[in-house]
Design a protein around this ligand. Structure first.
Ligand SMILES: [Fe+2]
Length: 369
């Protein structure tokens, strides 16, 4: 393996251009983020963790993913990135601070790498203590989230409304749709120092993508900071697009579930996939489309890996079916306006068919009928 130009330690935030900031602000608050700054031109949102913000958007004429932002512990790394990518080191904004470099990946997706950013105090939320069948950890105490039962109401028609959103803590990863999986995987290693957790093997037996993570040596990193998804040539309009961003909720499964029912009972948003538990990375997941059609995910209880863990080869089947949960629509990871979803899901072959084909291919290879 070649020595990378830089190593990023984690992802910090995602940046978009959006036509309707007001609608997005309402969505992000329902999704469980807190505003840092809102104006007619920009919005910045934070989680309960220490990042100054985890979501940024500026007003524009299009709905466009602009960049994913990472941080590096080393100023030398920033200087090396600037030199290798032919860009200048710039100052971060008033909230994030620090220094940054901005450039693009092989598919034209924006990358920002920061050094020396501002950190904020974490919001001090209680960590729930869970009882299981064999481990009784919580005695003589009730289990309450938010204000407990005070956060629901009932409409005249009997519809229940749950007002307790998730507590989003931090951004954990993005997924991107690319033209050439191996090219992108190599580039993210060579430039940002990311290493492979799982190579995703497609029905043709070739690497079609990967889950890749930050190399923090002996310090554990999330199973994936980036999910590279290679799309076939016929999906060319989606090459170089944003797939989704996964935000870690603070308080485990209940946080995910409360957020799910809150998002659902607003009646305003399209549910994309979940609830289930991934096989690769092990997260419990729940995916919701925002007003512009981009997919954001709540997740919790993911795997952590140190850098010495060797890459695995896994089947695309394992990405789709997970450990349990529904099969995703074919629109999963596709940035589509919500009004285009029904037609897309009806006209593009579903992932269920792809799953059956891929599973049969694997069985055939193993000589099982
Ligand atoms: Fe995800």
């Amino acid at each position: 393996m070649t020595q990378p130009i830089a190593k990023v330690s984690d992802i910090i935030f995602i940046r978009f251009e959006l036509r309707d900031l007001e609608a997005q602000a309402a969505y992000l608050e329902d999704f469980g983020m807190t505003p840092v700054h809102k104006s007619d031109d920009t919005i910045f949102y934070r989680g309960t963790g220490t990042d100054a913000y985890i979501y940024a958007a500026e007003k524009g004429d299009t709905d466009t993913f602009i960049a994913a932002a990472y941080e590096t512990d080393s100023l030398e790394a920033l200087q090396a990135l600037a030199a290798s990518q032919g860009v200048e080191i710039e100052d971060g904004d008033a909230f994030m601070g620090g220094k940054k470099v901005c450039f693009k990946d092989p598919d034209g997706l924006g990358i920002e790498v920061y050094h020396g950013v501002n950190k904020v105090d974490a919001v001090d939320e209680n960590v729930p203590v869970l009882n299981s069948g064999k481990q009784k950890n919580r005695l003589n105490k009730t289990q309450r989230f938010g204000d407990g039962a005070a956060e629901w109401s009932m409409d005249d028609d009997g519809t229940m409304r749950y007002a307790l959103p998730s507590s989003v803590m931090r951004l954990g990863h993005t997924a991107i749709n690319v033209k050439d999986g191996p090219v992108s995987i190599q580039w993210y290693h060579d430039v940002l120092g990311m290493i492979v957790s799982d190579n995703i093997i497609g029905p043709d037996g070739n690497v079609g993508g990967a889950f890749i993570r930050c190399d923090n040596g002996a310090i554990p990193s999330d199973h994936h900071t980036l999910n590279v998804v290679a799309l076939p040539p016929e999906a060319e309009p989606f090459h170089g697009t944003f797939g989704h961003a996964g935000f870690e909720v603070e308080k485990s499964l209940d946080d995910l579930m409360a957020g799910h029912f809150h998002m659902k009972t607003t009646g305003k948003y399209v549910h994309e996939w979940g609830i289930g538990r991934h096989l690769l990375g092990s997260q419990l997941y729940d995916y919701w489309r925002d007003p512009a059609g981009f997919i954001l995910e709540h997740w919790t209880d993911g795997d952590l890996l140190t850098a010495d863990q060797a890459p695995q080869d896994v089947s695309i089947v394992d990405v789709i079916k997970g450990q349990y949960g529904p099969i995703p629509y074919s629109s999963f990871n596709m940035p589509l306006p919500t009004q285009a979803l029904d037609e897309f899901r009806q006209t593009v072959p579903g992932l269920t068919e792809m799953l059956i084909t891929a599973e049969q291919t694997h069985k055939n290879k193993k000589g099982v009928s």
